[in-house]
Design a protein around this ligand. Structure first.
Ligand SMILES: Nc1ncnc2c1ncn2[C@@H]1O[C@H](COP(=O)(O)OP(=O)(O)OP(=O)(O)O)[C@@H](O)[C@H]1O
Ligand SMILES: [Mg+2]
Length: 298
């Protein structure tokens, strides 16, 4: 995607009236979402509510059935380096060393049979400095199978960061890690986000992780009611049922012990995770300044 100076006038990401179905099953049901530059959005919701589907649409790996997705004002196309993605696993190639895994994106986006030595040396320097930041410099020549799960995810994050993707998508990147490693990487990611002013879209089904990370918490859920009734013909897909501003900052996990934090987790649980407690669409908790209902009022 080529951007012009005018791009700055647009929201980083504008999702409007997006509907996505697989066969007769509606998965995403009229999604509206505007995201500003530098926002760190966490997207949380029950299994099967469409979190990964939404990420695939933003990535350009799949197309929506209705609605539009604009990145800096331009319709999203096929996947390109403007958007990077980190998955829970398998982001690394097993036959490449950690360093070569980090350098891979650079080589793939500059597909030439010959590359000036100077350029390659700059890339290597950049990759090593990133590996230092993720505390993997010592493991640069190792292969993925020689690393722990946490080390592999740190390498996958370095692999994404070297590409300087203006939007970084992460689909449960810490899902397979033990709690201590997970918390360590949460703090690491918050720190990088603050320093690099990245725009991040982070999917998790872990409520504590969603409430701790980032500047904005989106709850996607298929558990809600509307005026369509409750008959078997009503095919409700996931909607954004809550949109919270978060004030968390990097470096401290103290917040996790505070009453407000535990209260937020409980409200998110009620807002989106219980088939027994369903909010009506008119009562969704969309209190973030960029949330669609607020935008509509202007
Ligand atoms: N390619 C596909 N073909 C058919 N159905 C699909 C496809 N991809 C996803 N689905 C269905 O769409 C729904 C949403 O899937 P999705 O993977 O987006 O959920 P999710 O919120 O990421 O869930 P999880 O938390 O388990 O990862 C599920 O019912 C899933 O079975
Ligand atoms: Mg998923």
């Amino acid at each position: 995607m080529t951007l012009t100076g005018a791009g700055a006038a647009f929201k980083k990401l504008e999702i409007t009236d997006v509907v996505k179905s697989y066969g007769s099953k509606c998965v995403l049901d009229d999604i509206d979402l505007h995201v500003s530059h530098g926002e760190f959005c966490t997207l949380v919701g029950p299994s099967g509510c469409g979190k990964s589907t939404l990420l695939r649409l933003i990535l350009g790996q799949e197309q929506s059935d209705q609605g539009s997705i604009l990145v800096e004002g331009q319709p999203v196309g096929f996947p390109d380096p403007y958007r990077g993605i980190v998955f829970q696993k398998y982001s690394l190639f097993p036959h490449l060393s950690v360093l070569d895994n980090v350098l891979l994106g650079k080589h793939l986006t500059h597909q030439r049979w010959w590359m000036p030595w100077r350029r390659q040396s700059d890339w290597k320097e950049e990759a090593m400095s990133l590996l230092e930041r993720v505390r993997l410099a010592e493991a640069a020549e190792k292969y993925p199978h020689e690393l722990s799960g946490g080390m592999q995810q740190r390498a996958a994050i370095a692999q994404a960061l070297i590409m300087k993707h203006p939007i970084l998508l992460m689909d449960e990147p810490f899902g397979a890690l033990d709690p201590d490693t997970r918390e360590d990487l949460q703090i690491f990611l918050l720190d990088i986000w603050e320093k690099e002013q990245l725009t991040i879209f982070f999917v998790t089904h872990d409520l504590e992780e969603a409430c701790f990370l980032g500047s904005r918490l989106l709850v996607l859920s298929q558990y809600y009611t509307d005026d369509r009734g409750n008959g078997p013909s009503v095919n409700r897909g996931g909607k954004i049922v809550a949109d919270h501003s978060l004030k968390n900052s990097a470096g401290s996990t103290v917040i996790k012990d505070q009453v407000e934090f535990r209260d937020l987790i409980e409200s998110v649980r009620r807002e989106g995770f219980s088939p027994e407690i369903r909010q009506h669409v008119d009562n969704f908790n969309l209190n973030h300044p960029d949330s669609f209902r607020t935008l509509n009022e202007y």
